[in-house]
Design a protein around this ligand. Structure first.
Ligand code: TYD
Length: 205
């Protein structure tokens, strides 16, 4: 079972993941992330920091995803583990559709085509949704901002995410990221348990 957690920068995604580690410990999930679960992620971090050409950056994100699938996700799923990934394919479809706008003709289609037939679609995706102003206020508290963390970029990225959630209402669960931290953790943890249990009962002979 593959669960992914998505959202723009500044939604409190990392804090949620930390809380889920404690909350779901009995299910022994494999917690992982994109970018950076493998050494390829180091090139991605460098590309982000140096603001390299957007096609190079996008293809490095895809390379990181390929390595992530091969070395972490596929082996864990083969062992029937629960995998929870902090960002995954939808990050590319939401962010790189913006960074590649005007550079490749139909960026989202281009990006989706690159993933088709070899990537794995998540079973459930939790999308943390927050007003862009609130996200920017949270980001203002941290130093070393990335080039994605600008109002115009984040507004477009969040617009993309919300469209994906509308297009795939069974896979996506939208979460109000402005609620209390404890309430968000409880909601997401319960929803993950429910998803795991219903999948187990479906697959029982
Ligand atoms: P990360 O360090 O995980 O930031 P955060 O803690 O906000 O999740 O990711 C770095 C940035 O990379 C983040 O702004 C989102 C962006 N990103 C993409 O643009 N495309 C992608 O495919 C992924 C995985 C991340």
């Amino acid at each position: 079972m593959l669960i992914t957690i998505e959202g723009i920068d500044g939604t409190g995604k990392s804090t949620l993941i930390e809380s889920l580690k404690g909350e779901l410990a009995d299910l022994s999930p494999v917690f992982t992330r994109e970018p950076g679960a493998t050494w390829v992620g180091e090139s991605v971090r460098r590309a982000i920091a140096e603001q390299i050409d957007p096609v190079t950056e996008a293809t490095l994100f895809v390379a990181d995803h390929a390595a992530h699938l091969a070395t972490v996700i596929r082996p864990a799923l083969a062992e029937r583990r629960l995998v929870i990934s902090d960002r995954y394919t939808d990050s590319r479809f939401a962010y790189q559709a913006v960074t590649l706008d005007g550079i490749v003709p139909q960026p989202e289609e281009w990006l989706r085509a690159m993933h088709n037939s070899w990537s794995i679609v998540p079973d459930k995706t939790f999308l943390l949704v927050i007003a862009v102003d609130a996200a920017l206020a949270r980001l203002a508290e941290k130093s070393g901002r990335e080039h994605f963390e600008r109002r115009d970029v984040l507004e477009k990225v969040q617009g993309n995410y919300l469209r994906f959630a509308q297009e795939e209402p069974t896979r996506f669960v939208c979460v109000d990221a402005q609620k209390e931290r404890k309430e968000i953790t409880r909601f997401v943890a319960d929803a993950i348990r429910f998803t795991v249990q219903s999948s187990r009962s479906r697959h029982r002979p």
